[in-house]
Write a protein that binds this ligand. Structure first.
Ligand SMILES: *Cc1c(COP(=O)(O)O)cnc(C)c1O
Length: 346
């Protein structure tokens, strides 16, 4: 047991605080090097590095936290490893071995154990693996050299005053092209979402809901979270994309299994915006690693006004139950029958 840092864990927000060590591994001459921990949280690159010009960059996000028994764990890191490899292939970047990815997460979290918030604080150590083109590129082509890094930083509880439903809006812009890169976790998908995100904020909305860009009639996801719906029959409805432009959220995939374990019927299918407008759904939530589920109370835009009946003033019963069940599995308060919780150290 290491001595924890003297931090007001419950007061932490979501901002970067450098910790003791980051993980770094370089790719050159066709293979990945050894990989090591470093206390250096800066990167020095050539002005011609591929990342600066043609944006070869991908990332992942997961959290390490203290379980009820005091051990430090993370949640399904194998799926982050897989997804990062899928992202790498799509951007012509070298894949980082999935087993090595998990070992690197373990090593960097262990080295920063003093920064992992204690059980019950609601805070966690955010783990951000990422990879970028470090080799020089001037003509358009994939770089020859890459760096894979993992930074960690403690972050506070996502919901400080309970999970209050948010109001989101419909973006005028599109997030992902059909057969584009919406299904991978790449920085480029975020660069172009910043403008609509700032607009949504300026208009008083918490997030943008994106529609499929081909027909603008199906709901896809928000800028950084998948959506879940509950219909009038109490079934969990999970939007699918005809064009595979929704990011495969690990939280969403886990919640689908949790819902089935709880005896709920789950339907995964394309969902029309018009179904939401017709009030076919009584609850809505956004799911991702940070919040697990953020309840959505309303969707508002010029011509859309949706209020989710069972989850408007406070989180609805289904979203609440799903969130509580998944967080209890994560913390070890409920048995982890699927082997999702990965132990890092005691
Ligand atoms: C990361 C991300 C999510 C959430 O995925 P999790 O694996 O659940 O954290 C959803 N949508 C987008 C666009 C994302 O980048």
């Amino acid at each position: 047991m290491v001595d924890k840092k003297d931090i007001a864990w419950g007061e932490l927000g979501f901002s970067y605080m450098p910790c003791d060590a980051s993980y770094v591994c370089d790719y050159a001459d066709g293979s990945w090097g050894e990989g090591r921990l470093t206390p250096d949280h800066t990167i020095t690159l050539s002005e011609c590095a591929g990342i600066f010009h043609y944006c070869q960059e991908i990332f992942e996000g997961l959290k390490a936290y203290t379980a009820q028994d005091g051990s430090i764990v993370c949640f399904r890191p194998d799926l982050n490893a897989q997804r990062m490899a899928d992202s790498a292939r799509r951007l012509c970047m070298p894949t980082f071995d999935e087993q090595r990815f998990i070992e690197a997460v373990k090593a960097v979290v262990e080295a920063n154990a003093a920064w992992v918030p204690p059980f019950g604080s609601g805070a966690s150590l955010y783990v951000r693996p990422y990879m970028f083109a470090s080799g020089d590129v001037i003509g358009v082509r994939p770089a020859d050299e890459y760096q894979f890094r993992i930074l960690v930083t403690p972050v506070g509880p996502y919901f400080k005053g309970g999970a209050k439903p948010i109001t989101i809006t419909i973006a005028d812009y599109d997030r992902a092209a059909p057969r584009g890169t919406g299904n991978i976790k790449a920085g480029l998908n975020y660069a172009m979402s910043l403008y609509p995100y700032e607009q949504a904020h300026a208009n008083g909305y918490a997030e943008n809901l994106y529609l499929d860009s081909q027909t603008r009639s199906y709901v896809e996801e928000t800028g950084g979270a998948n959506i879940l719906l509950v219909n009038r029959e109490g079934r969990l409805v999970v939007p699918r994309s005809h064009t595979d432009s929704i990011l495969p959220s690990i939280t969403r995939r886990s919640l689908v299994t949790v819902a089935q374990d709880l005896g709920m019927e789950v339907i995964e299918r394309p969902v029309l915006l018009s179904e939401l407008v017709a009030n076919d759904f009584v609850e809505c939530g956004l799911c991702g690693t940070a919040a697990v589920i953020s309840p959505v109370g309303r969707i508002e835009s010029e011509d859309v006004h949706v209020e989710f009946e069972d989850g408007c003033e406070q989180a609805g019963p289904v979203m609440t139950r799903l969130r509580e069940t998944l967080t209890a599995i994560q913390s070890g308060e409920i048995e982890d029958t699927h082997g999702w919780v990965y132990k890092i150290c005691d």
